[in-house]
Design a protein around this ligand. Structure first.
Ligand code: FES
Length: 123
């Protein structure tokens, strides 16, 4: 991983994330981050923690721009982290960009120091 532009961190390439799937960034001292790829050149980043009871969103099913939590079936919007009605809640979202096929994530300085520096990209 390479830090650049202050808090932007390159985490992987888009092809490291399976299409209609996800990849988890394991972060020391905080929630893991799930990167979702709902289309060939689209990526979203949410905390890997369902706002209902903490289920691993990265293990859910991606359909359109939502992911269905594997525990109780809540649908979470990938662009906002908001649960779809009638459920109410929000998973933390992270700014993410695609640059020339690379995925960049914006994190707070604290998270960048504690999390991403120690983060391990897992399949
Ligand atoms: S923990 Fe995700 S729907 Fe219950």
């Amino acid at each position: 991983m390479h830090a650049a532009d202050g808090t932007w961190v390159r985490v992987c390439t888009i092809d490291d994330i399976p299409l209609l799937g996800s990849r988890v960034l394991e972060c020391a001292g905080g929630d893991n981050i799930a990167l979702f790829r709902p289309a060939a050149a689209r990526v979203f980043a949410l905390a890997d923690r369902c706002p209902h009871k903490g289920g691993p969103l990265s293990q859910g099913i991606v359909s359109g721009d939502t992911v269905t939590c594997p525990l109780h079936g809540w649908n979470i919007q990938l662009d906002s982290g908001q649960a779809c009605a009638p459920d109410v809640g929000c998973a933390r979202k992270y700014p993410v960009q695609l640059r020339d096929g690379d995925v960049w994530l914006a994190l707070s300085l604290a998270a960048a120091g504690d999390g991403v520096a120690a983060a391990e990209v897992a399949a």
